[in-house]
Structure formats: C-alpha cells, structure tokens
Design a protein around this ligand. Structure first.
Ligand code: SF4
Length: 384
C-alpha cells in the first residue's frame, strides 16, 4: 500500500477550467465528482493516475488510426477501398507508421506509470493492430467516390488561421482542423472540416462510431463558434460516419438557442465544480470509474448493484479481522467472514485489525469465501 492508495482525497482540488470543450462539458455533467477527482492533484501526481488498461490502450490506438483515416478519406471524397485515392489517404495520414509510433509512446509512459505493473505493456505487434483497424474499416466503410475536397496551395500558418478564417476559407475553399474559441463564453473546439459548398458554408465532423444525438449538438456548438468568430452563418452541418451521413440545416434561431443553452451549461458546471467534493452522480459507469475507490457514493451504489462478491475478478471492501500472517488474513465482508490470501509474496505487513480496505481487481473464489490478492490487485485504505 503506497502513495495514492493511502490518500483518502486529493491533496489539491482541481480548479474550475478557464475554458471548456464539448467533451469536458459532457464529462462534468455526467459526473462532476469523477471529473474533479481525476483532474485533482494526488500527492506527487498532478492528476489522479488512472490505471492503464492494456486492452483499452490497444483499442484506443486502433480507434485513433481509424479516426485519422476517416478524416483523410473524407477530404478525398470517400474513395473506394484499394483505389489510388484511398492509398493516398493512407499515406497522407501516416496510417501504417501510426501503430509503431503509438505503441512506443505508450510503452514508454507505462514504464513510468505509478499504477502500471510489469505486465502492463502493449505486446500486440503493430501489424496486428493495423490489421484490426483495416478489418473494421472494411466491415463498416461505405465509399461515396465523390469529388475530392482538398485545398490547393500550402497549408495556412497558425497566424493566418487566427487572423481571418473567413478570408482563408474563401481563398482555399476548404479548411481542416480549425481551432476556434467563443469570443465571450469560455468554450472552444477544433472543427474537423469546413468547406464552401454550393449551399454555402458546410461544417463537417468525421465520426468513427454509430450516430448519436450528441453529435448534432456538438456540430451546432461548432456552428456557433464559426458564426461568432466570422459573423457568417454556416448553411449546413454534416456528421460523416464510415457508413452513414447525417445532415442538419442551420437557422439563425437555432444558433441563438444553442448559444443560450451553452451559456446555461457553462454556468451550471461552474456551480457544480465550486463544491469540493463536487456532486457524485452514480450510474452504471461507476464499475469502471478509475476513481471509484475514492468515491463513497459511487462505490456503494456499484457494490449494491453487483449484489455482493462475485466469483472471478471483482472489487470488494473488507475489514481486517486478524493480524495478517505470511499468507493472508481473515476479514469481514458485509457481516460475512472471508479469507483474504496472497497469491504473491505478502506486501501488507503494516495492516492491523480493524483496517478497512477496498480491493480492486481481486479474484473471488469458493463462491465468495476466499479472495486472492494477485500481483495486479490494488489495495486502497479507507479512513475509519
Ligand atoms: S464512482 Fe461513480 S459517482 Fe463516483 S466519481 Fe466515479 S462515476 Fe462518479
């Protein structure tokens, strides 16, 4: 039991952000406590050191590659798989190079991570992850074979982007990765793609998953950013998926209403984050919330939802009943006596009778009578 496992709460609570993004507003509204716990300092760590999950990291590497490819394909009119323009998109986004680069970067970070064990390394070869990404694209992608929408001439400098995005758009016809801030509200975002189409200005966001209501709201907010920054109302918003496309017309009334909603949301999340700790909003997500061992409300809701210890890898709260011996100790779990045994050498000589612990990723055996602490189990001390 060390450092972060001993601290019952952050050493320095997170400040309310000076600027919000669409994803930070969504995360704070889903559970203000989670956002705050993850963004606060815990001892030496400027943020809560989220435990790395190798499978999730591999998934993120694959997802990131697909996202880059979808943007590059979108700029080239969504060409058919295997066509010269498809190959050009693969090259332009450095699709094949991405996997080696991402694996190296992650493994360097994992080697220094305070909550990563020796097993936590990405070992799947880059080629295998690339094949996984290509398989997903093959399964979902519906080509359009439309005209490419690439801008002519050199990429604009950051200064050019900042000075006048509307003149830049007129000159280039399309802009990609446009970062915009609202002039008055603390909100900003990066727009994937803006083009001058027949209908007028079209804002496009490329998505790799399935359509969600949230995507329209995100596009509306980006439309507000463009409108306030340039004074010109976009004509159409497009959510472009691998196999689908959703289009939304823009009216001035809709922009005004979206901006009012944005102002109200910003105000609401600021009030929420003023509380320390902020309000907890337990949900089914608590079972994989990285900070669940440090959130009493979420922990209890989640333990109640799973209805007591299950067999297999689980989380459990125990009270130590006997002095720890070399191979384990007796403990109380909700009024039941259980055995907690070490599958690795004992690491808990400083435990005492009466200590309360939350064990994450412990292995339950014998219908929940025995709990095995494995090398990857994490032990959080709960203040009495
Ligand atoms: S455990 Fe649940 S309620 Fe608690 S911070 Fe995490 S998501 Fe929010």
């Amino acid at each position: 039991v060390t450092g972060v496992y001993e601290l019952p709460e952050p050493t320095t609570w997170a400040e309310t952000p000076k600027r919000f993004s669409f994803s930070s507003l969504r995360a704070i509204e889903a559970c203000p406590r989670k956002w705050q716990l993850l963004h606060s300092a815990w001892g030496d760590h400027p943020r809560f050191p989220e435990r790395p999950q190798v499978k999730a990291i591999e998934g993120a590497i694959v997802h990131e590659a697909i996202e880059m490819l979808v943007v590059a394909l979108g700029q080239r009119g969504l060409p058919s798989i295997g066509s010269p323009r498809f190959c050009e998109a693969l090259e332009a986004c450095e699709f094949w190079q991405h996997f080696d680069r991402a694996i190296d970067g992650w493994n360097r970070r994992l080697a220094e991570h305070p909550r990563a064990g020796p097993h936590d390394l990405v070992r799947t070869p880059a080629q295998q992850l690339a094949n996984r990404a290509i398989r997903l694209v093959r399964e979902q992608y519906t080509p359009l074979d439309a005209e490419p929408r690439l801008a002519a001439g050199a990429e604009p400098t950051n200064e050019q982007r900042l000075v006048d995005p509307m003149s830049l758009l007129r000159a280039r016809r399309v802009l990609s990765e446009v970062e915009l801030q609202h002039p008055e509200l603390p909100f900003g975002g990066i727009i994937d793609f803006i083009e001058l189409a027949d209908i007028g200005i079209q804002i496009v966001d490329f998505k790799t998953g399935k359509p969600k209501d949230d995507h329209e709201l995100q596009l509306r907010l980006y439309a507000v950013l463009w409108w306030r920054r340039t004074g010109t109302r976009p004509a159409r918003l497009v959510a472009q998926y691998l196999a689908d496309r959703r289009e939304f017309e823009v009216t001035e009334g809709m922009l005004v209403q979206t901006e009012q909603q944005l102002a109200a949301t910003v105000e609401r999340v600021r009030v929420l984050l003023d509380e320390r700790p902020a309000e907890a909003r337990p949900s089914k997500d608590c079972s994989y919330c990285p900070a669940r061992a440090r959130c009493a409300a979420g922990w209890h809701a989640y333990q109640t939802a799973i209805g007591g210890p299950r067999v297999g890898t689980t989380d459990v709260e125990v009270a130590v009943l006997t002095d720890p011996a070399a191979n384990g100790f007796l403990a109380d779990v909700g009024g039941r006596e259980v055995h907690v045994v070490y599958a690795a050498a004992s690491r808990f000589s400083d435990l005492a009778v009466g200590d309360h612990l939350r064990l994450l990723d412990v292995v339950a055996r014998d219908e929940g009578v025995t709990f095995e602490i494995r090398p990857w189990t994490e032990v959080y001390r709960v203040p009495g």
